[in-house]
Design a protein around this ligand. Structure first.
Ligand SMILES: [Zn+2]
Length: 186
């Protein structure tokens, strides 16, 4: 950030009185522009013991596979965002959604919320941001071509928890430490 969205003046990176972290503060109107983590919301669409993945048609990670998910918009719920992303990326309709996992990823300031749910009629087709959409079982998942570590982790967690423990919600942190990702569940 370089300029104030309120008045257009220059911003200074400084710790405001009573705060502990540097913020972008306007030198003219003194508005403090806070920056906070982004929420990414999406679904794990299920059909016939398989789940739906999308092959990305956009950067980053063009050509790699991911779950239908994207940035939550203002004025929607996390579930509405997940349903919307599934529709946009895979023309997928989801029924009976339930929250499956929440991951905090502090080194990139993101929080992922993924809902599992039934892919209605098993139908999906590629939206604008997808090259292909396809149903996979655990053995056919393209494990070497998954777009983001958090998605790999969510898929591993999913296949470990299909069936009996289906409705349990999982929460974890994905921490980068000395170049490696460490996953803590709690
Ligand atoms: Zn200003």
């Amino acid at each position: 950030m370089n300029f104030c969205s309120q008045c257009g003046a220059t911003l200074n990176l400084t710790i405001p009185d009573g705060d502990t972290l540097p913020r972008h503060v306007c030198i003219q109107c003194e508005t403090i522009h806070y920056q906070n983590p982004k929420i990414i919301t999406g679904t794990i669409p299920e059909w016939d013991n398989k789940i739906l993945l999308c092959q990305r048609a956009i950067e980053p990670r063009h050509g790699l596979w991911t779950l239908p998910a994207g940035f939550m918009e203002n004025n929607e719920t996390s579930l509405q965002g997940a349903i919307r992303e599934s529709q946009e990326e895979a023309n997928a309709q989801i029924s009976n959604p339930s929250l499956f996992c929440v991951f905090s990823i502090p080194h990139i300031s993101q929080v992922y919320m993924l809902y599992r749910g039934t892919l209605i009629n098993g139908y999906a087709s590629p939206g604008n941001e997808s090259l292909k959409v396809e149903l996979f079982d655990e053995n056919s998942i393209p494990w070497d071509s998954i777009a983001f570590p958090v998605i790999t982790e969510a898929l591993k967690l999913y296949f470990k928890n299909t069936g009996s423990s289906g409705s349990i919600t999982h929460s974890g942190d994905i921490i980068r430490h000395e170049g490696k990702l460490i996953i803590n569940y709690y």
